[in-house]
Design a protein around this ligand. Structure first.
Ligand SMILES: [Zn+2]
Length: 338
């Protein structure tokens, strides 16, 4: 649910977040929760949105597309395109969030110290505390926190981007392990945070490794050229015969020279044998271009949850590329650098 736009960025509420808010205020109304606590929880979300807006605003200025800021019961997520692998830009985008919190904390500290009266005066203490905690937590130098990205950006000015990511990820994992061990003695919640950081660090390293391995590799390099195609006027029975002979799981459907759709074994397996392929195929096809980079195709596959894409070149079907093709290439290249 889109609620408002700030600086051209839509802020959206997830339905689970709305339910949480209604629930909190219902509990407050019924007297199970103090109003102060309800306000504090609301303040946390307001501060989180401002924090995410700061990241998005700076990212927007570097030309990164922002889809939205989504509020979930666990916090806020900026849904943006991949941040450019330019250390200075990543540094500024990452530091914008915590820095905004520190500035807001300082701005609140002034009226608090001067003891200025005002209608919002009772909430200043909470506002300041929430901002400080959020800034400090995010400055922990570990992925997926901002601190991890800030550290990587600083390191990447001196060593390669991949190496910088590896150092930052390893530091993140060490911090995560220390948190978990401390958690064993003091607070079990720390073990959860440790686990969250550990997984985040490993994921960031893996995805950076993949994109740096695949850099410069195009679809044309790994696709299967001249794929077996089906026609929309074939019956499902005929298509199944082809599938059993060729043993692929998905086929482009062509009508003359034109790409008409794509059909998978899954689409066909539940249809009657005399139904036309044209009626069970997916006509809205997501395609890849022959000269497109593999990283962009992988991202496309993930976004649409697809296992294979037809490859187009000069308006014609040139081949087909599957997730398996990409993984095979990755494994070969990984062997190459080990
Ligand atoms: Zn942040």
């Amino acid at each position: 649910m889109k609620i408002f736009r700030v600086l051209g960025i839509p802020v959206e509420l997830d339905i689970s977040f709305l339910i949480l808010m209604v629930f909190i205020y219902l509990l407050t109304y019924l007297g199970f929760l103090s109003l102060n606590l309800a306000v504090l929880i609301t303040l946390v979300f307001v501060v989180v949105v401002i924090h995410e807006l700061a990241h998005s605003y700076v990212a927007l200025r570097f030309g990164v597309k922002i889809r939205s800021i989504l509020l979930l019961p666990i916090g806020g997520v900026s849904r943006m395109e991949e941040i450019p692998k330019v250390p200075r830009q990543e540094f500024l985008i990452s530091i914008a969030g915590p820095l905004t919190n520190i500035i807001m904390a300082m701005l609140t500290a002034v009226p608090l110290m001067l003891n200025l009266p005002g209608p919002f005066r009772p909430f200043f203490g909470d506002f300041l505390a929430v901002n400080l905690v959020l800034a400090l937590f995010n400055l922990i130098p570990a992925f997926p926190m901002d601190g991890g990205r800030i550290l990587r950006a600083i390191l990447a000015e001196r060593v390669s981007y991949l190496r910088a990511t590896r150092i930052a990820a390893n530091l993140g994992k060490t911090i995560a392990a220390m948190m978990a061990v401390t958690g064993l003695f003091y607070n079990l919640f720390l073990i959860l945070i440790g686990l969250f950081i550990y997984i985040g660090a490993e994921q960031e390293y893996q995805s950076t490794l993949i994109s740096s391995l695949l850099e410069g590799v195009t679809v044309g390099d790994v696709m299967t050229p001249d794929p077996v195609t089906l026609r929309p006027d074939m019956t499902v029975g005929e298509a199944l015969d082809v599938m059993f002979r060729k043993k692929h799981m998905g086929y482009p459907v062509t009508d003359g020279d034109e790409l008409a759709g794509i059909v998978t074994f899954h689409d066909i397996s539940e249809a009657a044998r005399d139904v036309m392929v044209g009626d069970v195929m997916t006509a809205e096809v997501v395609t890849a271009a022959e000269d497109e980079e593999l990283t962009s195709v992988l991202e496309k596959m993930n976004r649409h949850q697809l296992g294979r894409l037809p490859v187009m070149g000069d308006g014609k079907l040139k081949g087909i590329i599957s997730r398996t093709d990409i993984i095979r290439t990755l494994n070969l290249m990984r062997k190459g650098i080990e």
